[in-house]
Design a binder for this molecule. Structure first.
Ligand SMILES: Cc1cc2nc3c(=O)[nH]c(=O)nc-3n(C[C@H](O)[C@H](O)[C@H](O)COP(=O)(O)OP(=O)(O)OC[C@H]3O[C@@H](n4cnc5c(N)ncnc54)[C@H](O)[C@@H]3O)c2cc1C
Ligand code: HEM
Length: 393
């Protein structure tokens, strides 16, 4: 338990963190990644380069410092961090490395006049408290996933049993465990962690499960990213029969039980977690509105599958919006960027609905704004990022 004095010191550094938090964290990352090569594979270099990961961690530390007297107010943030950590297999032995680098970065960036021994000691105690909370929560989830039917801990070898080209740039991979055992049931919307060795270097990535896991297999659907290391490797080299290490499914962007109308909105490859959500929702009575936006028909994945479901389930209405008309593929319901008026026409009349959306950051910012303007309660408007969380305002 932190002393009242430590808490007061930590809180007094909040304004400092607000103005200089990002520089501090950037400095911290540079130091950690160069001095501790053992943690390098855990981090996605592209997220460092874009600044998204340093920004997400800076935000996490800032929120923590701000709420140090009432940690229960951190709400979703802690769950998000824990799920991301579990999916990438962050372990207790990693925490002292982050702690040592963070404290060194604080003292180096602030300078000895501000970073007095009292300030450093208070931050040391505060980091220790936060690390204990995360380590404890993560340990409980690791144990739960290991003990659940079909569950496991750490990496488990899976074989690629099928590959399907879903569009010009998205390919699905089906995985079954090499040991032929059962697999952990994933909640619709969850993602898996993947560990690979490319050119002798270990890398990890997360991929949303794009189908329910009840057939004893996991499916992911991957977009080829220009210049992307893992997506290009998967597209070009991971063939049927190859093996790959997976961590157990994780994630809190999951379909909550409800009988309100469900609206699933996706942009591009953001469609993946909405597919098992759609499958699960159609096993209930609730109305489902499935809205998908793609650049054009050529890159629109899963159209036939969703159309077939819509033909079979009158409770499902589906709407497609293409940014451009390529003149070749089946037409969309509208062309251009999804406007508020168009979205209004595609939403159920009852605005007391549950919305889940995912896509590029700019797309999500627009959808969030539109849903709010159209009267969907903010608490019922849920989203996730295919990378570190960022502000959508
Ligand atoms: C929870 C979650 C779920 C996800 N689900 C899916 C999914 O269902 N389907 C899917 O396709 N993806 C998904 N992703 C994204 C996925 O994890 C990868 O980020 C994505 O496949 C790109 O990885 P990559 O290795 O191919 O690209 P990376 O090598 O990470 O590169 C990404 C981009 O950054 C650029 N870049 C890389 N390094 C640098 C650098 N040092 N400086 C500047 N630019 C750089 C690359 O050129 C490329 O354009 C998900 C991510 C998360 C967090
Ligand atoms: C108190 C300590 C820590 C805090 C407050 C913290 C906070 C965060 C936050 C806010 C995110 C982004 C979550 C998201 O938006 O999805 C994150 C992701 C992550 N964290 Fe931590 N973390 C801590 C410790 C650690 C440790 C010890 C490691 C391992 C060395 C680690 C590795 C990672 C990785 C690899 C990611 C994902 C990065 C990516 O997507 O590129 N974290 N953490």
């Amino acid at each position: 338990m932190l002393s009242a004095q430590d808490r007061a010191i930590v809180k007094s550094t909040v304004p400092l963190l607000e103005s200089g938090g990002e520089a501090l964290i950037t400095h911290f990352y540079r130091m950690m990644l160069s001095e501790y090569p053992e943690v390098r594979p855990l981090f996605n270099q592209a997220h460092q380069a874009s600044g998204d990961q340093p920004r997400a961690l800076a935000n996490g530390v800032l929120m923590y410092a701000r709420h140090i007297d009432q940690l229960d107010q951190l709400g979703d943030l802690v769950a998000k961090i824990i799920n991301k950590h579990v999916a990438l297999q962050i372990l207790p032995e990693h925490y002292p490395i982050v702690g040592a680098c963070l404290l060194r970065a604080i003292s180096e960036v602030l300078g000895s006049e501000i970073a007095t021994p009292e300030v450093m000691s208070a931050w040391g105690a505060a980091y220790g408290q936060l690390a204990d909370i995360l380590i404890g929560a993560e340990a409980a989830i690791y144990a739960e996933k290991a003990q659940a039917p079909g569950g496991w801990r750490g990496a488990r070898a899976f074989t690629v049993v099928k590959r399907v080209e879903e569009s010009a740039e998205i390919t699905s991979f089906y995985f079954a465990p090499v040991d032929n055992g059962a697999i952990l049931a994933a909640a619709p919307g969850q993602y898996i962690g993947m560990k690979l060795v490319l050119d002798g270097e270990e890398v990890r990535r997360n991929y949303s499960l794009s189908a329910l896991s009840d057939a004893g297999q996991y499916r992911i659907s991957v977009k080829r990213e220009a210049g992307g290391r893992v997506s290009n490797y998967l597209h070009d080299q991971l063939q049927v029969g190859a093996t790959i290490d997976l961590f157990p499914p994780s994630g809190e962007f999951t379909l909550a039980a409800s009988d309100k109308p469900l609206v699933l909105i996706s942009g591009g490859v953001g469609i993946t977690p909405t597919l098992p959500m759609l499958e699960a929702a159609l096993a209930t009575e609730r109305p489902v509105h499935f809205i998908h936006c793609a650049r054009n028909g050529g890159v629109h994945a899963f159209r036939d599958w969703v159309d077939a479901l819509a033909a079979k389930h009158p409770q499902l209405k589906r709407f497609y919006c293409y940014a451009e008309d390529d003149g070749v593929s089946p037409a969309a319901d509208t062309v251009g960027l999804l406007s508020q008026e168009q979205l209004a026409a595609w939403l159920p009349e009852q605005r007391d609905l549950d919305a889940y959306f995912l896509g590029p950051k700019g797309f999500m910012a627009v959808i969030k704004r539109h849903l709010k303007a159209l009267g969907v309660p903010e608490k019922q408007s849920r989203y996730e990022f295919f990378g570190p969380a960022a502000a959508l305002e």
